[in-house]
Design a protein around this ligand. Structure first.
Ligand SMILES: *Cc1c(COP(=O)(O)O)cnc(C)c1O
Length: 388
């Protein structure tokens, strides 16, 4: 398709958008008295909580540490089971293992890659404590059904919303925590806003909030002391926490990025609309359709190959990469990873997640993708598919 010497524009599947304004905010912090644990952390937390309409946000140095902290704050410990999805980044499940808990994978729906809520109840045991659904690609899961099941069985709900900052469900922002215990976000560069590395947990619950704050900093606190304070130097380590703190430098970047979140999400939704129109009724693949009661934040734009092209996925994938599209696959089902099969997980479980994995390709989706780029993606994609 290209001859040697042709300039091929490489288009990745995801990418951050950093402005001069963002850079200036970071430089300001570098010139200030505090580069970590300063005022930008709380400003960022307040802005995040306001944006999602939650009472509290606690920021962390990654989405993974945020997940770990949220499961800890909920009280996950030895032997507790956490229901989650295999169609996610490993961190959602690993966070349960960190605490001695056990992820229990529930299969997904082929049309969305989201957890199949109708299969959750059959996986609940007396050890189940928590449901941790993932809004795959930014498209909200069936939260109403999940909350109903959680209420009926006395379980908590922590949403992994790493893909879903700016998404809406029943007219409210994901992260509002009206019915969920906590919601986690990630600020990795491919996500909606970035702090380089970073994450957050949102909650409306005072107790979870205190536990999250402590966990972020070695389990140390100066509040609600167990012993009487002998003087102003005194602090107590009350839990086994970690150093999961984010820096003020990063928080300043996050705060500046968050000012643009509506624009970012709007452009992602615009790109999705154009893709959906271009791809309508094509013979090769399906796209994820949004539910009537929700808006996707389109972290990803997954295409799902039709059955007859499934066995050609690796050829299609390689040819798309050769054409200069930085396509990716989300995700290798977590229970099939060697670490998990070594723990005794059956790699043939959750067959729909495996089918989804074998059909899914994530094509470019990020706010700075231009209309011209979208045409290039379309051309390269159909060029490959037509010649397969
Ligand atoms: C990105 C991501 C995470 C982890 O976030 P990090 O910030 O990379 O630690 C967790 N869950 C999902 C679904 C993700 O996409």
């Amino acid at each position: 398709m290209f001859t040697e010497g042709d300039f091929i524009k490489f288009i990745p599947y995801g990418k951050q958008s950093i402005s001069q304004e963002d850079i200036d905010c970071v430089v300001d912090v570098l010139n200030s008295d505090f580069i970590t644990q300063g005022p930008k952390i709380e400003e960022f937390e307040k802005a995040l909580a306001d944006y999602c309409d939650a009472k509290y946000a606690v920021v962390f140095n990654s989405g993974t540490s945020a997940l770990h902290a949220s499961y800890f704050a909920y009280g996950i410990s030895n032997g507790d089971e956490v229901i989650t999805t295999p169609n996610t980044f490993v961190a959602t499940a690993n966070a349960a293992l960190y605490l001695g808990g056990k992820p229990n994978f529930v299969d997904v729906k082929l049309e969305s890659g989201n957890i199949d809520a109708s299969k959750i109840e059959e996986q609940i045991t007396e050890k189940t404590k928590l449901i941790a659904p993932v809004h795959y690609s930014g498209n909200p899961v069936d939260l109403e059904i999940i909350h109903e099941i959680a209420d009926k069985h006395g379980l908590g709900v922590i949403e992994d919303a790493a893909h879903a900052l700016g998404a809406e469900y029943n007219g409210k922002k994901i992260g509002n925590c009206e019915f969920s215990d906590m919601t986690e976000f990630s600020f990795h560069p491919v996500k909606h806003i970035t702090t380089g590395e970073g994450g957050a947990v949102l909650t409306n619950n005072d107790e979870y909030y205190e536990r999250l704050i402590k966990f972020r900093s070695h389990g140390i606190t100066k509040n609600n002391l167990v012993n009487e304070s002998p003087g102003p130097w005194y602090y107590e380590m009350q839990d086994l926490g970690f150093n999961y703190r984010i820096t003020d430098i990063q928080a300043a970047l996050g705060l500046s990025q968050l000012k643009k979140i509506d624009k970012f999400v709007e452009r992602r939704r615009e790109i999705a609309k154009i893709y959906n129109e271009k791809f309508d009724e094509n013979p090769y693949f399906d796209c994820i359709v949004e539910n009537d009661n929700s808006l996707s934040a389109y972290h990803l734009f997954p295409i799902i190959l039709k059955d007859e092209f499934k066995n050609k996925k690796s050829i299609i994938f390689n040819k798309l990469r050769e054409s200069g599209l930085g396509v990716q696959t989300h995700y290798i089902p977590v229970h099939t990873q060697p670490f998990y099969t070594n723990l005794g997980y059956d790699k043939n479980d959750c067959p729909v997640s495996i089918d989804f994995y074998e059909k899914e390709i994530s094509i470019p989706m990020f706010p700075s993708l231009t209309d011209e780029d979208i045409n290039i993606v379309e051309d390269r994609l159909f060029n490959v598919l037509k010649n397969i």
